[in-house]
Each structure stands twice: as structure tokens, then as C-alpha cells.
Design a protein around this ligand. Structure first.
Ligand code: C5P
Length: 304
């Protein structure tokens, strides 16, 4: 058993974007088979986890985040405690920077951070694989939030293999006024596929080759997302956001995951700053952020 710490434990966890997202057929369990390339960017939620009489979750920032045990971070603390045969007696405070219901896996990130933080607080000597299993049971994107970096995800997205991509990529994120629920976007994709044939992404290999070159223009040319037509169908104004980003000089633009955040790839940091400034004045999004990836997954950054 690793040594328990008195706490509180502080954990930082990044947001993700999907550079490639190919969605297969809906399976009997309700999930779709995926092949995706996850990419962690330096937009972070920070969790402070302290010993307490009973489990509680509080968030600062947006007000529309579930609190208490309805929050995925609370569910994560409970799941780990169950595995260790103990009570989840912790208070979790989440400082949110990752957009809520934005397609950047913010809720999954908080769950991954809660697993890492509680494991540190309780001195749980679990192999990373065991934490990964608990993560996969909590949600499709939670295992990637543990690992970070750039990785291919298969299955529901929970089976990961790392991708070597050392060259930093410079992003402009356009945050939307609207929110999109992940199940609603998948359901819309099923509907569009029933009535027609929305465009499908190609093979993942082209993106892996582009990442290996480190050339952002090649990466931009291979960015694709099968959920994008569904996100556009539910929030048509997102087309304008992508168009405005491309007009401002982005090499490529894509809806992130199930949206509505739009990720625009820039050639370099100076170009990212220029695109961000122009996009902020375009009236096509709520706010704009600059980000860089890849970055590591959920990490303890301080213990009391
Ligand atoms: O796994 P997670 O809880 O994040 O998924 C949320 C919802 O997104 C699922 O209930 C399902 O409707 C949809 N989903 C899917 N196929 C996936 C991942 C998610 O249909 N591979």
C-alpha cells in the first residue's frame, strides 16, 4: 500500500479534442463503435479533494454543472472506494475551465481527476490498469483523461493506444453559446444516416501519418469528425463559426467531439493569436481560447 496523505490533494486534468472521429453502427448496448484520435490540450479543470464526513462535490464557475453525487467526479470517488472496500468520505471542489457540455470531455476529465486524487489521498496502490478499468465503467472518455497525450481510441473510445506526436499543435477554441448533449448528437447522427448518407471520415492511418510528420497543415487536412453533420444539424450556427475560423487563417476547423466547441488549428502561436483576435470580433461564438497540445492526463499537482 502506498502511503496515505493527509490532504487536501490537488489534481489538474486537461480537456480533449478529437482529431479524427469515425463512428460505426449503434451496438445492441446503445453505444457506437468508434475509431478516434484523442488529443489532450492545456485547458484544465482543477480539483481539490479533502477528507470529509461524507461525499460532496462542489463546483466554482458555471452554475449548470451537476453537484453532489450526480456529478461524475462523485461517482468516480464512490467507484474507487467500492473497489478498495472503504467509504468515499471526501469533499471534492472543482474549479472549471473546461467548457460544460462542450464536446471537450469536461465531465469525464473531472471523473479521471477524482480517481487519481482519491487514489493519492487514500494511498491506494492500484496498478494504472485497474484505475483504467474503473475509468472505462464511468464513461467512454474517462480512460483518455487519465492518460492524456495523443492516443487512438477504439471500442466505445475507452480502449487506448498512445500515438507519438512530439510536435506541439496550436489551437484556437471557439466556445459556443449553446450546449449539445452527447446522446442527442449520436441520436441525430443515427437519424441522418437513416434518411440519407452524411459524409463519413476516412481511415485513421492518414491522421497518424500526418501527426508523425509534425506538419500542422497535413494534420489539418486529415481532421474529420462523423458527428459534425449531426452537430451542425442541431446547431446550424456552428457552420458559421468554422467558416469564420478558416477565413481568419486557420489551417483547418472541426467540431470537437459531439460539440459545440469548434477547434481550429493554427500554423504557429502567432497565427493562433491572430485567428483568436479576429474570431472574437466575428460574432460567431461566445468566447475564444488559445490552447496547445498534447499535454499529459490527470496529475496530482499538490498534496497538503
Ligand atoms: O460513455 P458516455 O457516458 O460518455 O456516453 C454518453 C452517451 O453518448 C451514451 O449514452 C451514448 O448515447 C453516446 N455514445 C455512443 N457511442 C459511444 C460513446 C457515447 O453512442 N461510443
Amino acid at each position: 500500500m502506498a502511503r496515505e496523505v493527509r490532504g487536501p490533494v490537488r489534481v489538474r486534468v486537461p480537456a480533449k479534442i478529437n482529431l479524427h472521429l469515425a463512428v460505426g453502427a449503434r451496438q445492441p448496448n446503445g453505444y457506437h463503435d468508434l475509431v478516434t484520435v484523442f488529443h489532450a490540450v492545456d485547458v484544465y479543470d482543477e480539483l481539490v479533494i479533502s477528507r470529509a464526513q461524507r461525499l460532496s462535490v462542489r463546483t466554482s464557475g458555471p452554475h449548470d454543472v451537476p453537484t453532489g453525487t450526480k456529478n461524475l467526479a462523485g461517482a468516480a470517488a464512490r467507484a474507487l472506494a467500492l473497489r478498495l472496500g472503504m467509504k468515499a468520505s471526501v469533499a471534492i471542489e472543482i474549479a472549471k475551465q473546461i467548457p460544460v457540455a462542450g464536446g471537450m470531455a469536461g465531465g469525464s476529465a473531472d471523473a479521471a481527476a477524482a480517481l487519481v486524487g482519491c487514489a493519492a489521498l487514500w494511498g491506494a496502490d492500484l496498478p494504472r490498469d485497474a484505475l483504467g478499468e474503473i475509468a472505462a465503467a464511468l464513461g467512454s472518455d474517462v480512460p483518455f483523461a487519465l492518460s492524456g497525450g495523443t492516443a487512438v481510441g477504439t471500442g466505445r473510445g475507452e480502449r487506448l493506444s498512445p500515438v507519438l506526436s512530439r510536435t506541439p499543435l496550436h489551437w484556437v477554441l471557439a466556445l459556443s453559446d449553446g450546449q449539445l448533449s452527447t446522446p442527442a448528437v449520436y441520436a441525430e447522427l443515427d437519424r441522418l444516416r437513416q434518411i440519407g448518407s452524411p459524409p463519413r471520415t476516412g481511415a485513421v492511418q492518414a491522421m497518424l501519418t500526418a501527426l508523425a510528420t509534425g506538419d500542422p497543415a497535413m494534420v489539418a487536412a486529415e481532421m474529420s469528425n462523423d458527428l459534425q453533420p449531426a452537430a451542425f444539424s442541431l446547431l446550424p450556427e456552428l457552420r458559421r463559426t468554422v467558416r469564420a475560423g478558416l477565413d481568419a487563417g486557420a489551417l483547418g476547423g472541426i467540431v470537437s467531439g459531439s460539440g459545440p466547441t469548434v477547434a481550429l488549428l493554427a500554423a504557429d502561436p502567432a497565427s493562433a493569436a491572430g485567428i483568436a483576435a479576429e474570431l472574437a470580433g466575428s460574432g460567431t461564438c461566445r468566447s475564444v481560447r488559445i490552447a496547445t497540445g498534447p499535454v499529459p492526463g490527470a496529475r496530482v499537482v499538490g498534496t497538503g
